[in-house]
Write a new protein. Structure first.
Length: 238
């Protein structure tokens, strides 16, 4: 499989390593200094493109992949309010888009557990929910895309919660989402339910970034040769 990597930061380098370990070929890497190579002639040499850039550039890069007829695996966070428009365009152009806020298999199992647990806890108002996420100091968005996904799924399951806030709060209707940026932490997410009598948690802690890169490569293998819009639920069948 021939691969294009759009965004050659920490994740781009991890994806390159994971892809090369599987014997795939990197035919193009694009960063801010060579964006002119995002044209159909050059980009079109790839079987799949990875898009891990910034919220400001994600849409433009995805459209470039569509125009080149190249399936795109996108993990950029902080722009998903505009994702439905990209999904519509993908279907209109008969192209392929795989989006995930987190490509870790473990995190996506956490998503599933979180949805189930929120539905259960809807029946027990003595328990209040809170969410915490910890990432490295270089991460630009807060809360993380993963935390937002977890928070929104909690809101869908617990009727007494009407919104979330990226701070501590005493409002019973708001879900507190606490973001911490420290050191080189790859990513930790903790969902806590607290009652006057007890506390319990479900969590995921990434030990390094390779867990995200290997999941992204699995997504590329899955999307190759397909058209449509896909998510980790499709890959994992959960």
């Amino acid at each position: 499989m021939q691969i294009a990597i759009i965004g050659y930061g920490k994740m781009g380098r991890e994806i390159k390593t994971a892809a090369l370990e599987k014997g795939y070929e990197i035919v193009l890497t694009v960063d801010k200094d060579n964006t002119e190579q995002l044209n159909p002639e050059i980009l079109g040499r790839a079987d799949v493109a990875f898009e891990f850039t910034t919220p400001e550039t994600a849409e433009e890069n995805i459209i470039a992949c569509f125009n080149a007829g190249v399936p795109v695996v996108c993990g950029t966070t902080g722009w998903t309010g505009r994702l439905p428009e990209m999904e519509r365009l993908c279907r209109e152009k008969d192209q392929a888009l795989f989006y995930a806020s987190n490509f870790s298999i473990g995190v996506n199992i956490l998503f599933k557990l979180n949805r189930w647990l929120a539905g259960v806890m809807n029946r027990f108002p003595a328990y209040d929910a809170e969410l915490a996420e910890i990432h490295h100091i270089h991460k630009k968005d807060a809360p993380s895309g993963t935390a937002i996904t977890l928070a929104e799924d909690i809101l869908k399951g617990i009727e007494r919660k009407t919104g979330w806030i990226n701070d501590h709060t005493q409002s019973p209707g708001l879900l507190p989402v606490i973001s911490e940026r420290t050191g080189e932490v790859p990513g930790t997410h903790i969902i806590t339910y607290r009652s006057p009598s007890d506390v319990f948690e479900i969590s995921h802690r990434a030990l390094n970034r390779s867990v995200f890169a290997s999941g992204a490569v699995l997504a590329a293998e899955f999307i190759r040769g397909k058209t449509g819009v896909f998510k980790m639920e499709d890959l994992l069948e959960i």
